[in-house]
Design a binder for this molecule. Sequence first.
Ligand code: IPE
Ligand code: IPE
Ligand code: MG
Length: 252
Amino acid sequence: MKGWFGRGKKLPAGDSDLRENIPNHIAIIMDGNGRWATRRGMPRIAGHRAGMNKVREVIRACDELGVRYLTLYAFSTENWKRPRAEVDYLMRLPEEFFRTEINELVERGVQVRFIGDVTQLPTYTRETVTQTQRLTADNSGMVVTFALNYGGRAEVLQAIRHYAGQVEAGMTTWEELTEESLARYLSTFPAPDPDLIIRTSGEQRLSNFLVWQSVYSELWFTEVLWPDFTNTTLYEAIRDYQRRKRRFGGLK
Ligand code: IPE
Ligand code: IPE
Ligand code: MG
């Protein structure tokens, strides 16, 4: 069955203890590309390119660890505020990334999803999104979700609007609106909430990422800039996660 080969097999011997209690869903705020480039005297876009290569590595590493869901914050609804040339460059990256990666993703059985408002994306980016989703839709391995033009508040608002439409159409009622029923209208449905959210580059905030879904996620911050992120950084985050006591408001 596609999507299940190699799981956990490539872990270095010293890291085999990691296999116990692997987070089911890891989400990453991939931050620090611009600073990485600036520190090297390069244009910010060089940082985005280096960051793209890290996406390939982190997908491989998570697949090999047996992570079921990986969600990557690639472009926020606020990132349109950046200079036009930078936004244009970022919008070209998915096309290039999936052109080179699609074979390996299919081979691994990865299912690629996108969350965020794709209708606002340039045509070529939208086509990549549609095509990649189509080519990987039947895969049964790890689910990799790219948050592209994504904002958590916009997502919740969209869910409420959608629900209101269903009420108006007589398909449901306001009385039936619960946390569970609303969650079905979020773009992340049916993925479970993230267990671990990693943010690179030293910033300690969510920046509008998964606002509804993150209420009980374990947060892990590192000074490492995204283009410097390695498997070692990932393992460090997971080890830290494994030491934590998750109580969800109850008692141990
Ligand atoms: C993250 O890196 C990538 C995106 C937000 C698209 P940044 O571009 O935010 O890098 P810094 O934070 O300016 O260093
Ligand atoms: C968050 O990073 C968005 C992504 C990583 C895609 P930003 O660099 O946009 O966040 P702020 O502006 O520092 O909060
Ligand atoms: Mg940033």
